[in-house]
Structures are given as C-alpha cells and as structure tokens.
Design a protein around this ligand. Sequence first.
Ligand code: ME8
Length: 655
Amino acid sequence: MKEKFYITTAIAYTSGKPHIGNTYEAILADSIARFKRFEGYDVFMQTGTDEHGQKIEEKAAAAGKTPKEFVDGVAKEIQSIWDLVGVSYDKFIRTTDEYHEKQVQKIFKKLYEQGDIYKGSYEGWYCTPCESFWTESQLVDGKCPDCGREVKKSQEEAYFFKMSKYADKLMQYYNEHPEFILPVSRKNEMVNNFLKPGLQDLCVSRSSFKWGIPVDFDNKHVVYVWLDALTNYITGIGYDVDGNNDELYNKLWPADVHVIGKDIIRFHTIYWPIFLMALGLPLPKKVYGHGWLLQEGGKMSKSKGNVIYADDLVGFFGKDAVRYYVLTAMPQDNDGLISWESVIETINSDLANVYGNLVSRTIAMSNKYFGGIVENTNVNEPVDEELKAVVTSARDKVKAKMDEYKIADAILEIMNLFRRANKYIDETMPWALAKDAEKQDRLKTVLYNLTESIIIGTSLLKPFLTDTADKVSAMLNVKLREYDQADKFGLIDSVKVTETPEILFARLDSAKVMEKVNAMIEERKEKVEVKKEEKKDQPKTHDHTAKEQIDFEDFAKVELRVALVTACEKVEKSKKLLKLTVKLGEETRTVVSGIAGYYTPEELIGKKLTMVTNLKPAKLCGIVSEGMIVCAEDDNGNIAYLSPEKDVPDGSMVF
Ligand code: ME8
C-alpha cells in the first residue's frame, strides 16, 4: 500500500485578491505535493480560505456587501487563481463551510467544558489587522508588535485559553522532534521569545464584532479567528469532536507538513500544537515556514498600481514560466525578490536559452539528419559517460533536495542536467558528424543520448512545470519516466519525434514587454485615482442630514446662476463623471459633475441648469471643475437637475 502524505497550505484571508506572494505559497506546496505523488506517495493536499474576522467585516461594509457576499466573491477569485497556476489541491476548505463551523463550535465547547477555556475580562490594546490583543508592555513604540500598526484601547469580557498549562509539554515535543520546525532558526525564536518568557493565556473569543463563528452557548461572542482558522487542517478532512471521524481523517492525520509563511509560524508552532494537545490529538509532523516573496524596489501597493498578481504574470508569460520563477527565486530560509524585469530575465536565461533551446535543437537535428527517427546505435565515446553520470544521478539529487524542502536547489539540479546536455552538443558537434558519412551511427547515438537526457530531465521537471513536461513528452513521442525509472539511461526504443516542434519558451524582448507592463500599471493607477476622486466627490452631493439654521448672509455667500450646457461628454475611465461646458452670459466654464449615472451627455446639451458659480475650482480626474451643478436627490439616490421654470438668459442670478 502506498504511504500517505498530507500537505496543507495556510488558508488565505478573503480580505482581497491575493498577490503573487500569497500565490507563491500555493505553488510551493503544490510542487511538493506533485513531487511526492511522483515518488509514489498517496498525497492529499488541502488549501482554502480564512473568511471570518473584523477586518473582513469592515472590508465587506466598505464594499457595500454583506460579509458572506463579500467572502463568496473573494474565495471564488482565490480558487480561480490557484487553478490558473495549476495548484493540484484535493480539498479547498472555506471556514464558512457548515461542517467546519459546527466542529469549531463543538471544539470550543469541549475545551470550555474540560476547563482549558475559561471566561474572564480583557483590558488591553487591540490590533484590528492582526485581530490580536496586546498588553501595554507588549507594544513596541505604542504600536502592534507584529505588524507595527496603530492599536486601539479596548476592554472586553472574553474567553481565554490556558496556554501555560501546556508549555512544558510543547517544549518537550520540540526537544523530541528536532525536525518539527523548519527552518531550525525559527525554533530558537519560538523558544527564546515566547516559551522561555512564559506563555500568556490567549484570548480566544471576540464580542466587538459579529462576523465569526458564534460561541453556541454564549452567542454574544464569536470564536477567535485563529482558533477557527487553524482547525481547518482537521475539519477539512472530517475530524469530528464526538469521535465520528471520517475515514479520510483517520488515514491522513497527523499532517506530514503544514506549509506556511514566516509571519504565522508562532500560530502554527505554539497555538496550534497546544490546541491539538488539549483535544488529545497528535501533532503535525512538520511546519515549514517559508520566506516572503517581495517586490524589488519597494512594497507592492494598490494605489501605486504596482501590485504583482499571478493572473497578470500568467497572462504575459504563461503558467509554467511563473511557477518556475517563483520557485527558483526563493531560497529556503530567506526572502526572495520579484520584479517584472527579473521574471523576463529568468525566462530568457533558463527556460528559453537552456531548456527550450536544448529541446528544439535536439528535435531539429533529429529531423534534419534522420527524418525524425531517434534510435540507439551504441557507438559510444567516453564523453557519453560523463553525460550519463550527470543524468542518472539527477533523480536522487533532486529527491534529496526535495526531502529538505529546498525546492529552488532541486530545480537547479535539473537545470544542471540540461546545461550538461547542452555542453554535450558543443563537445560532440553533431553538425560536423553529419558531414562525415562514416559517422552517421555515432551521430545517431549522440541524438539518442540527448533525447534520453531530455526525457529524464523533463520527467523530473514535471512536478514544477506541469504542462511543459507533457508538451515535451508529446513532441518527442516518448512517455515521461516513472520515478523508479528516472535514474535509468537508455530505455527509449526507436521513436519518431515531431516534425513541427512548438517553441516552449520564446525569448522575450524586455523593452517591448516592459512597455506593455508599464501601460497596464499606469492604467491601474489611473483607475485607483478615479475611484478615490469619485469617493472624494460623493459626500458633497449626498449629504441628506438636516442642516442647522444659518443667517441670510451665510446663504448670500453662495453664488448660484443659470448655466446653459453647450457641450457635454463622459469623463474617460470614470463611470460617474460627466464633463460639461457651460455658458454663463459672456463667460464659458468647464464643470465636472457626478451625474453620468442619471443623464447622458445628449440629454443635457442645450439645457439650462442651476449652478454654484463661486466654489473654489477643484481637480477631478485631471480636469479642473469650475463650479457645481445643483441637483435634487431622493432617498434612493435618484438625481434630477434644477432648471428655471420660465426661460431666462444664461448667467442669470439665482436667489
Ligand atoms: O495569514 N510572500 O492569511 P494571508 C510569501 N489567514 N508568502 C506570503 C507573502 C509574501 N509576500 N505574503 C503572505 C493568513 N504570504 C491566515 C492564515 S492559516 C490557519 C491562516 C503568506 O492571506 C502568509 O505567510 O495573510 C501565509 O502563509 C499565506 O500567504 C496566507 O496569508
């Protein structure tokens, strides 16, 4: 029977579209899962979304949606991005899944009933983005010690988990399982910064917001989002608090590895093991806290329009190139960098020049010299042995790196195989052999050796570059090797390769690609600006509250006049704004007005409207607006402009 391997990713917050950093983690875990499948394990991969909490509640409100509508949208988007980059998950769990919610409630109750959770009161500082309480002494310069952002003073009646009760047991587990935390440096950090100073009891409920799983026996409270989220690893595979576990859970738990980012190692190596101990369950075998993929040249920011998203990268370069870049850009225990330029460079240097070139040259030569037929004529020379040694030792080298979760190094071993094969072409000089009638069999052997090398390297590469590997296999008309044959040279029988090889990775002209990328970034930036300006514009026209009384002098300060619309057009890239040209007697002015949702330009041209003419000019979407059209607005936000009842000359004063 195959040995099981249960691998999970962190579940992503549904607070917005994930950037390439979050997506990297899914690709990383996927490539580990795929390699394990290749090795013959019975792999189960779980990923999903973390959908509760105050931050999400606030984001949903800002988007004018209910939290559930909001998270439904984002969860769908996350899943489609994971699909786009080829994440081969077996289960996508959402923390709003009914089964999960029920189990979390039961877990909370069990822990309460057995005395691990108790009710108390908390006074401290709350960091909304991290959803964490801090004591005064834990703050760093008055800010959240985790993320450095502002904290709010708050007091709550809350439930607490007795963390300290399990601290010694956890330390013992660390000592007995030195492989538990990867990289090892993180273990020391957990011990020295958290366990040694003494674990504080953890606040595991919230009552200041609603969007969470209610504590079923005290529904003023919702379960702390981390207690909710962490349990996904067991509820997703059918854990049941009452003991009616699904077969899948019995087979899979404990997890073989939780793949997570470095920022959430504490939650996974302190809180999570302690929750599991309290539930009497075995602990995961390993927690791998990878580094972060960071943007070269500064932080990704939505307002700068420079956030790098996986779907954009895939749109420009294709799925496998993106997978290759992120996997090779990340050292195991450090951060990695990404920029559009470096992605292009890597595609050109590794994928086009080394791999693509090797495949296309080999196929082209087989076609040119032997009508596409590849066969072994066994005319060997010493240089062949050097090639074969590199090729046949690659599988075990790759496996060794994968066992250590050194993915970039594993891929480097495969690239070394391809580099060696390219060198073999230079050494054997097939074009020279082709000219010599007596060297035809030697030439056949050379091309056979190259084809074998490509197929073995490609078989090893398949967990990382999934589609490319299949393409190469189809072009060579050779099946990819199974794991136990991926270290054996010379298994191909005579084959006929394709006459029309596809270019796997075209060389990219960096300047040309960057022109397109920059245009996309500019467009994004403008969109963000337009949105901001539309927002800025809104309160002025949509304040329906009753105003306090004013003197006539105050009213007289406002200059209102009749304006004739002589021209009108939509403001490009804005859904709400119209640009009007109006005549006020002798004077002509430009006005930008947020009424595009109610009037077409044609409906306004030739109309006389009322306008505030002494407002200070304001820039909207890059256009200076020299006044404001006066409108009536009902409670549903429907808008009507105000026109004089009889015809009066434009420019007439309104009192
Ligand atoms: O932390 N590079 O969700 P999340 C690499 N919901 N990895 C990154 C990254 C970057 N630039 N930015 C974030 C959460 N990540 C919780 C997890 S698990 C029970 C709950 C990683 O959407 C981050 O470290 O903020 C985390 O592992 C994952 O992306 C999801 O982050």
